[in-house]
Each structure stands twice: as C-alpha cells, then as structure tokens.
Design a protein around this ligand. Structure first.
Ligand code: 13P
Length: 252
C-alpha cells in the first residue's frame, strides 16, 4: 500500500519565527500513523530551523520550494541542490505552476532541475497541471503528458522512485474551486497510466500522486479516498495549524 503524503506549501508566507511556531503547533497536535507522512515546504531561509525541528520526528520531513538548474558557480540569487542536501533537506519541489507562469520555467529548465535534485539525492515533488483554458479546450491530457515526458520521463526506473508527482490544476489553485474527487481521480489514473506505459506496473503502482488546488479540511477526506489520490499538496490551508492537522488526519 502506498503511504499517503500531506505536504504544506507555505509559498512566500511567514517570517522564520512565525514558521517555527506554525511547525511546532502542527507537530504537537498531528497524530503519527504508519499510513502517512507529512512534508513542510517553507521558504528557503526557514529551512535550517525547520529541518532541525523535524529531524527527531518519523512523521515529518522538510523540502525546498525550488532549486537551481545549475550545479554551482556564478548564478547570483540561486540555491543549489547540493546546498539543500548539505543541510539535510529531504525534498525539493520542481515545476510548480507559479514557477512556470511567473518565472518562465520551461520544460528544459525543469528537466535540468530534476537532474540536479536526483544527482544530489533529493526526493522530488514534481508538479504538473493544466490551466483553465487548456481544460476548457479539452486537451489537458496532452498538456500533462508533455509536462511529464519533457521534464521527468528521461529518468530511469530507479531514479523515478525518488519522485512523487503532484497534480495541481492551475484553475483550482488559490481559487477555492477544488477539482471534484472524480475529476481529480480521472487525471490521477491517467498519470498512473502514463507511468505504467513508461516504467511498467511495479513502478507505476508505487509512485505517490498527490492532488493540489484548494484542498481544505472539509474536502480532503473525500479526495484522499479515491484510489489513485495519495494525499495532497496544500497551499493556503497549510498556514493554519488546525486546518492542516485536520487534512493530515484525513490521510488514512
Ligand atoms: P491552495 O491550496 O492555496 O489552492 O494552493 C495549492 C498549491 O499551489 C500548493 O502547491
């Protein structure tokens, strides 16, 4: 059985002190369970503190929201994968729609980021998902297929085991308009089918596929009960301890 993941993407919110308070509140009230794990994705400057906080917990781990597509060198303002590894960060998020949309991260850039992460033994939370227009035009399958094939599916079967995929329809992010459990399940099953075609049954059935986009305490359970939805990548609701803990408890 796949272990569910509940991940909190804090985006560009909270001071390091506020982030620490938030993480502690969540860690103090969330119940451990062998069927789930929890990842905090705070801003970069929080990472050493939050990493230290979660290091004693079997339930929690920490990830960065981004990494450079370059190994090291004269790239002002960038943070390299090896630096994240050096402070024991476990995960890195790659391909979030906000990075694609606002920072022009192309398939080729994301592929290089994936390679950096894998080379430095980071686990990858790879995000994909279609815009509202792409959904209305009916070609969301092709959009997702291309996102996966161009930036992720060059990995071999062993490397892809270091990856979890987050399906985040852009029209559902921060809008309060969640995909229905059936809509999400349809796309998750499609992603698993793509994995199966490329890597075979055992890899496809082991990889976790998370849903993201307006996951809340009152819709998480219904989403997480779908057979191909292995947890959630949560934005807004991950900044409120009690809401996020309810979402964690919905992952059974
Ligand atoms: P919301 O949960 O705020 O819609 O954000 C989703 C998201 O982008 C998580 O990465």
């Amino acid at each position: 059985m796949r272990k569910k993941i509940v991940a909190g993407n804090w985006k560009m919110h909270t001071t390091p002190e506020e982030g620490l308070v938030l993480a502690r509140q969540i860690m103090d009230t969330a119940h451990a369970n062998e069927h789930r794990e929890v990842i905090f994705f705070p801003p970069f400057v929080h990472l050493p503190t939050i990493q230290q906080e979660v290091s004693v917990s079997p339930l929690f781990s920490v990830g960065a929201q981004n990494c450079s597509d370059q190994e090291k060198g004269a790239f002002t303002g960038e943070v390299a994968a090896f630096m994240l590894r050096a402070i024991d960060v476990s995960w890195v998020m790659i391909g979030h729609s906000e990075r694609r949309q606002y920072y022009q991260e192309t398939h080729a850039i994301l592929k290089r980021k994936v390679d950096q992460a894998i080379a430095h033994q980071l686990l990858v939370m790879f995000c994909c998902g279609e815009t509202l227009q792409q959904r209305q035009e009916g070609n969301f399958r092709e959009v997702i297929r291309k996102q996966l094939h161009e930036s992720l599916f060059h990995l071999d079967a062993e490397q892809i085991n270091q990856v979890a995929i987050a399906y985040e329809p852009v029209w559902a992010i921060g809008t309060g308009q969640t995909a229905t459990p059936d809509q999400a399940q349809e796309v998750h099953a499609f992603i698993r089918e793509l994995l199966q075609q490329k890597y075979g049954d055992s890899v496809a059935s082991a990889i976790r596929i998370l849903y993201g986009g307006s996951v809340k305490a009152d819709n998480a359970q219904e989403l997480f009960r779908k057979p191909d939805i292995d947890g959630g990548l949560v934005g807004g609701a991950s900044l409120h301890a009690s809401d996020f803990v309810s979402i964690i408890h919905a992952a059974e």
